[in-house]
Design a protein around this ligand. Sequence first.
Ligand code: NAP
Length: 331
Amino acid sequence: MSENKLRWGVISTANIGKHMVIPAIQASRNGEMVAVASRDPQKAANFAAELGIPRAYGSYEELFEAEDIDAIYNPLPNSMHLEWTVKAARAGKHILCEKPLGMDAAECQEMDAAARENGVRLMEAFMYRFHPRIEKVLERVRDGAVGELRFIDSAFTFRLRNPNNIRLNKELGGGALMDVGCYCVNVSRTLAGAEPVEVQAFASWANTGVDAHLSGTLRFENGLVAHFDSALDMERRESVLVAGTDGYLEVPSSFVPGKADVEFSEYRGRSEKVVHTLAGTDEYQFMVEHFADCVLNDRPLRYPPTEAAANMRVINALYRSARQDGRPVSL
Ligand SMILES: NC(=O)c1ccc[n+]([C@@H]2O[C@H](COP(=O)([O-])OP(=O)(O)OC[C@H]3O[C@@H](n4cnc5c(N)ncnc54)[C@H](OP(=O)(O)O)[C@@H]3O)[C@@H](O)[C@H]2O)c1
């Protein structure tokens, strides 16, 4: 491993890598983007040239053989995360893998075990958790800004226009809950600081068999209820509302706010409103820098794979409910 930089390789020419994560690695203080691999050598070469990546490989396996690569970024379709994350771990590479980490909790556990057995780090790439705003929101909630938590309402919806997109493909792990609802489940569990005891979901199914939109409810033991909407067929909406006995917080553009300055509002009593403004930043860069820091300095990851497995357990239960027309499912 080079002195103070993590040397990254990316498997595939995925859009999220191209537009967000690779530029973040290239801008990071402790990372270096060394190589890209694609199923198609020409695609890899063109992608490398366009993004200024020094090396290109015509298969993912070839990239794993490179000794001067320490970490893999895995943005493959969801159903392929398990296979390629385990292969990367066996090749001795640390792995930052896209969300959701696996198709179910068992897959997350299998990846976790592979990482442990091979002495490498594995983290799910939920970048929104690294934005200082969500950290501040969590701090305000823990400090009692809204009193006792009673209700969380979140949404992540958008309208997918390309019928060939991986999100509409059941075999590849598509679906609204898998793609965007997973953020709502994650933020709800994080704000609650607990796991739900019961969930319920209602979905509309696309003709490809994936959930085109899905609304879910998580019930926690202390009476807290979290509701969310996720969709691939609705106008874009990202929001989080956290309400308690004494007030509530509203977080607009909650998950992908971009690099501009961001706000959240705190309402207390009948008329008190405080708007918190935070300087713009790149949550993807914060995420890759955290991962690299942990690998380079042998520090624990803030979000271990067990946390990804816990999120998937809830997602899997929500799907069980939705497939049974909303029958509540206990966890
Ligand atoms: N954190 C975020 O903000 C965020 C945002 C969007 C997506 N994501 C996650 O990132 C992952 C990729 O999403 P994306 O929208 O970027 O995907 P995408 O553009 O469709 O890219 C997926 C890549 O996987 C490779 N691939 C290998 N086998 C494939 C197959 N059978 N079908 C399709 N592609 C195949 C392809 O690369 P090659 O042909 O080059 O091998 C393709 O470019 C997903 O897990 C998604 O949930 C995260």
